[in-house]
Design a protein around this ligand. Structure first.
Ligand SMILES: O=C(O)CCC(=O)C(=O)O
Length: 251
């Protein structure tokens, strides 16, 4: 399907603290196809045990791809279809950030030189009354994320310099961004406190409910990170968690 070759969006918006908003990154067909690929990855990776109905308001994981904490997701030969095109889109978002960050104004957060190919993916589902409290990601790096399903209110905190003698940041400004189905966002999730304050269950594409993930909840958030350098940091933690780690392939 030709439409799976994602066009890089032209209507990007630069937001404070180095965040970039990519409205309408994926059209409806591309979103549906991406949900299908992610469902297959989830099943082939044995993630189906994570897929369950939840009654609380917390987001829950449904798929991992090339994710250092989930050993089976790193054996890429397990997967019959690879999300190559969307990883390319995410890579282009990182490239775009790097090429434009000098022109950004306000409090800028720079993308490090070694953050290049975000080929580690992690997907979560939100219940209709879902939320995600303020947090900094355990994976201390930048994230490109695509929202699919119900719209949501995303927020992140921009540190403010109070200009005190010590120069320490003592305050933050909270920025809100409504993310619609198909939108993308690039932000420094490893540094900025961020989360989801609200899901809008009725603000949803008509096809969402009939997808496999749509049967589990209201919103799918698919995140991309470059964890290739970080693997060395995560490796010791990973080894502690999985006794059998030697049999897994880590690039
Ligand atoms: O759902 C979102 O847009 C944000 C998710 C998030 O903050 C996270 O998984 O760390």
């Amino acid at each position: 399907m030709d439409s799976n070759k994602y066009k890089f969006p032209t209507n990007t918006k630069f937001l404070p603290a180095g965040t970039i908003y990519f409205p309408e990154c994926l059209n409806d067909d591309q979103q549906k196809h991406l949900v299908e690929i992610c469902t297959t990855i989830s099943n082939e990776n044995g993630n189906e045990k994570l897929v369950r109905e939840r009654e609380d308001q917390f987001a829950f994981p449904v798929m991992y791809y090339n994710w250092p904490f989930v050993s089976s997701s790193e054996i890429l030969s397990n997967f019959s279809e690879h999300p190559t095109d969307v990883i390319e889109l995410a890579t282009n978002a990182f490239k775009f950030k790097r090429e434009h960050q000098e022109a950004e104004t306000g409090t800028i957060s720079y993308l490090p030189e070694d953050v290049l190919v975000p080929d580690s993916m992690y997907g979560i589902i939100y219940p209709p009354n879902g939320e995600f409290g303020p947090h900094v990601d355990g994976a201390k790096t930048w994230t490109f994320a695509i929202s699919i399903g119900s719209a949501a209110n995303f927020f992140y905190d921009e540190p403010t310099d109070t200009g005190t003698d010590t120069g320490t940041n003592t305050g933050t400004i909270r920025h809100f961004l409504k993310l619609n189905s198909g939108d993308g966002c690039l932000f420094n999730g490893g540094k900025l406190f961020h989360g989801i304050s609200e899901i809008f269950p009725s603000d949803v594409p008509s096809w969402w409910k009939s997808t496999e993930f749509g049967k589990l909840g209201s919103r799918f958030n698919l995140q991309f990170r470059d964890l290739n350098k970080a693997r060395n940091i995560y490796r010791p933690l990973f080894d502690k968690r999985y006794v059998d780690s030697n049999k897994f392939i880590i690039s």
